[in-house]
Design a protein around this ligand. Structure first.
Ligand code: ADE
Length: 267
């Protein structure tokens, strides 16, 4: 289908590869992960090596790990640490930049954005659940002018993965992205309008870049905290981060094993 047209974009067209790329097995996967705690177990599991001669511009804190697993070339990129404050560069700005630079440098067949997320118990989410995402949008880009409103929401569909969801028995639901860990009443209204079961700080930004550069993308998000529960989000997030990361990494590994030897259209 044509890309980038106004009405297609507004309807949330699926992020798909050009047809020729869809018909051969995936050979190169780019994993984009925002936090070191989430990335390290996967780096170890796939025995990835850090690229010390960076493909990224001088000064960028972005880190690339690479290796071969089964028939797959795996690159895992992490936006690194803020040079002043020393914390992980979470959020949409770093996610979009590192996604853009990594796709340009590495030309992957498929992007996997993996990470933790807040979940809504009213929509069935529980701590430790891992979701395969069926749609992404932003919840903090409010532009109440016709058409700019839709641009702000930036609703997109990941590449279609019905077989992954079925065969691996993953939960499926929509993701809403914003640059805050907490949730304002206005954010909440947008998240509800987006029909999201989980909220994160990167997904829709990665989807924007994936669509622009025509790389199919999938999103795997594990729930560290319940947004509509009674625990303070930051505390619950930090308390559950390590344990939930283990669940996330197990699911990412399952998905990568599933992808091995298949083309994007078989997912
Ligand atoms: N990542 C983990 N928990 C989150 C939350 N509640 N909101 C946004 N991103 C998150």
């Amino acid at each position: 289908p044509p890309r980038g047209g106004g009405s297609d974009a507004a309807a949330g067209e699926a992020i798909a590869a050009p047809v020729d790329q869809q018909q051969r097995p995936v050979s190169s996967i780019l994993i984009i992960i925002a936090m070191q705690t989430e990335a390290t177990p996967l780096v170890n599991k796939f025995q990835l090596k850090e690229d010390l001669d960076s493909v990224f511009p001088k000064g960028a804190p972005w880190v690339r790990y690479y290796g071969t697993y089964k028939d797959l070339q795996i690159n895992l990129v992490w936006p690194g640490k803020d040079s002043t404050l020393g914390v992980d560069c979470v959020g949409t700005v770093s996610a979009a930049l590192v996604a853009y630079a990594a796709v340009q440098a590495l030309k992957p067949d498929l992007i996997i954005n993996a990470g933790t997320a807040g979940g809504f118990k009213a929509k069935g989410a529980g701590v430790g659940d891992v979701y395969l995402i069926s749609g992404v949008a932003f919840h903090d880009r409010r532009i109440p002018i016709p058409v700019f409103d839709l641009y702000g929401v930036g609703s997109r569909k990941p590449c279609s993965t019905p077989n992954v969801a079925k065969d691996l028995n993953l939960k499926v639901g929509k993701l809403s992205t914003g640059d805050s860990l907490d949730m304002s009443p206005q954010d909440e209204a947008s998240i509800t309008a987006n029909n999201a079961v989980v909220k994160d700080m990167e997904g829709a930004a990665v989807a924007y870049v994936a669509e622009m550069l025509q790389v199919p993308a999938i999103f795997i998000k594990a729930v560290t905290d319940i947004v509509d529960g009674d625990k303070p989000t930051a505390e619950e997030f930090l308390q559950n981060l390590a344990a939930v990361t283990a669940a996330l990494d197990a699911s990412v590994t399952q998905v990568i094993d599933y992808i091995n030897g298949k083309c994007v259209c078989e997912l």
